[in-house]
Unconditional design. Structure first.
Length: 169
């Protein structure tokens, strides 16, 4: 792909194997390795590794196997499961999701996400954390681990707000 619609196959097709985009690509489904100089857009299902210079956007169900990375943002609209590393300046998982590994970014906005591992950034937000949150501001509805930061919020914990460190069981 150079830039939609200058791409093969056209955007209403699925790609299996590898999508290499000079600027960005946009396809219905993507299964495999997705590399874009500027970005990657998938309309429905994404399964695999996504790496781009600026952004990854998936509008359908997403399964990241190993890595989803961008210098700008990762934006996943539907259910997303990450097995490995999700990194960007801003990671946004909108729907009910899970990160099994590490989510790393300046801002990790994952209101409906279960973190099993670590969430590291300046601002971290997750529904449930089984492991570790490290940042300046950390927020979790349910915490089963440790938050380390300037302000730590744990909605269902003994202390709703705690400076420096917060522990939940």
């Amino acid at each position: 792909s150079i830039v939609p619609p200058v791409q093969f196959p056209p955007s209403d097709f699925s790609v299996t194997g590898a999508r290499l985009s000079v600027l960005w690509g946009n396809h219905r489904d993507m299964y495999g390795v997705d590399l874009g100089l500027i970005g990657n857009v998938t309309e429905q299902t994404f399964v695999g590794v996504g790496l781009s210079g600026l952004f990854n956007k998936t509008k359908g169900q997403t399964t990241i196997i190993g890595l989803q990375g961008a210098l700008g943002w990762n934006y996943n609209v539907q259910k997303t499961d990450v097995f490995g590393l999700q990194f960007a300046a801003v990671n946004i998982n909108v729907a009910s999701s899970s990160v099994n590994g590490v989510q790393f970014g300046l801002a990790n906005i994952s209101d409906h996400t279960v973190i099993r591992g670590a969430q590291v950034g300046i601002y971290n937000k997750a529904q449930e954390v089984y492991g570790l949150q490290i940042g300046i501001i950390n927020m979790a509805t349910n915490l089963h681990g440790i938050q380390i930061g300037l302000l730590n919020f744990h909605d269902k914990g003994m202390f709703k707000v705690s400076p420096i460190i917060n522990i939940g069981f």
